[in-house]
Write a protein that binds this ligand. Structure first.
Ligand code: SAM
Length: 396
């Protein structure tokens, strides 16, 4: 799509805004910045020419001599990091429209993926630093050959919670093996309960296989199976009540995830967002909901049905960011530590684990990455830039 000529945002508009620190132009991308008058027929956006939130003061944590060298993994805002998401591959057998690009995607060469030895070593250091929960993800984690062996080795490290996020297309045949290897539970992605729509959204795979895998996972002891639904306006928003009914009839907590600007095709727009508040409102009109205690650092705000039958959750990453309680850290398949899904700053561990690096060096890098974490993802700020890696390349 050709863009209209860029023109500077007037100083009087920038004055007092947090965009003032960057140079901004109005273009016709739809990410909506209030206060900037759009061209007729277009929506304004402030585009930063500098790296996202990467001014000297913000980045200081990266090399700051004040990075703690002992104690738990804590950042400059006091958030303790106890949750590590490990992507074991960037490959996926599905092509979900909101995640993977339309045309053929190029994947990482196998040689650049961390080996199981390397993953286990990083996980072990993280465990020693107080990480209690590890989730395997991808890409599609079950695409990585031998992943059951990896689970067994990770389970030996003694995490309180060892889970996996999967599209479940390959789960049923290995569910029992995964459970006996020490996996505690699975989150399964399923964006529609209508076979034709499921096929259209995911572009490969079929609904019946995924539903059967949910049964298999529960039978294997990998429950409670949480079901992840990414809602998009005009695509599957009309299934909110169907999913609520599904949560009630199956006892599987359904978690409605707000669509995030992490799609490889770059099609995200605010107009495609279905907010958590809207979901709660719609469900509440049919079945009253009651909040389930304090969700702590968990991204999902949980609710049970007032009649005691089942539970749902909303993950309102965009409309109600929960960065203040974020305790998550990510390891990409090629060995970069990412402290926020929306960060462009990465610290590669691969050279350390492949070279003669010591566990102390791994620990130092993890500490530095956590210490450098920003207070929030800043999606709603004018200076926000999409990260260069999409969700499947980071590990959702
Ligand atoms: N392949 C696995 C799966 O499908 O669950 C694990 C990886 S997938 C990237 C992890 C989760 O991220 C899935 O629940 C998926 O629906 C979600 N996801 C992917 N792209 C997203 C986006 N742009 N916004 C919100 N969630 C997204």
């Amino acid at each position: 799509m050709p863009w209209p000529p860029l023109r500077p945002i007037p100083d009087e508009v920038l004055a007092g805004s947090n965009a003032a620190a960057t140079r901004c132009w109005i273009v016709n991308l739809d990410v909506g910045v209030t206060g900037l008058a759009p061209e007729p027929g277009s929506s304004p956006v402030a585009v930063s020419v500098r790296r996202h939130r990467a001014d000297a003061a913000d980045r200081a944590g990266g090399n700051d001599t004040s990075t703690p060298d002992k104690g738990p993994l804590v950042d400059r805002y006091g958030r303790h990091h106890t949750d590590l998401r490990v992507s074991v591959t960037d490959r996926c057998n599905l092509r979900c429209a909101y995640c993977i690009p339309d045309d053929d995607m190029s994947f990482l060469p196998h040689a650049s993926l961390l080996s199981f030895d390397e993953i286990v070593r990083v996980a072990s250091v993280a465990h020693d630093l107080g990480v209690t929960s590890l989730r395997l993800t991808g890409g599609e984690p079950l695409m990585r050959r031998g992943v059951v062996r990896l689970v067994r080795r990770l389970a030996d490290l003694g995490f309180d919670d060892l889970s996996m996020t999967t599209n479940a297309t390959m789960l049923a045949p290995v569910a029992v093996e995964l459970a006996s290897a020490g996996l505690t539970r699975v989150n399964i992605s399923c964006d529609s309960l209508r076979a034709d729509r499921f096929a259209a959204i995911r572009r490969r795979g079929d609904l019946a296989t995924v539903l059967a895998a949910m049964d298999a996972a529960e039978a294997a002891g990998l429950g409670p199976v949480k079901v992840n639904v990414v809602l998009r306006r005009g695509v599957n928003e009309d299934e909110v009540l169907d999913f609520a009914a599904f949560a009630r009839s199956t006892g599987r907590p359904v978690r409605f995830i707000e669509f995030m600007p992490l799609d490889a095709a770059g099609r995200w727009s605010r107009s495609s967002l279905v907010t958590g508040a809207e979901v709660l409102d719609r469900i509440g009109q049919s079945w009253p909901l009651v909040p389930v205690g304090d969700s702590g650092a968990a991204p999902a705000e949980r609710f049970r049905f007032a009649d005691g039958v089942g539970e749902i959750g909303v993950i309102s990453s965009i409309s109600q960011p929960f960065c203040g309680t974020c305790n998550r850290l990510r390891l990409t398949a090629d060995g970069s530590v990412v402290n926020c899904l929306f960060s462009n700053d990465e610290n590669s561990l691969r050279e350390i684990v492949r070279g003669a690096g010591t566990d102390d060096e791994i620990a130092r890098l993890l500490r530095r990455a956590v210490w450098a974490k920003y207070p929030g993802h800043a999606i709603n700020e004018p200076s926000f830039l999409r990260p260069h890696r999409s969700m499947s390349m980071i590990g959702g």
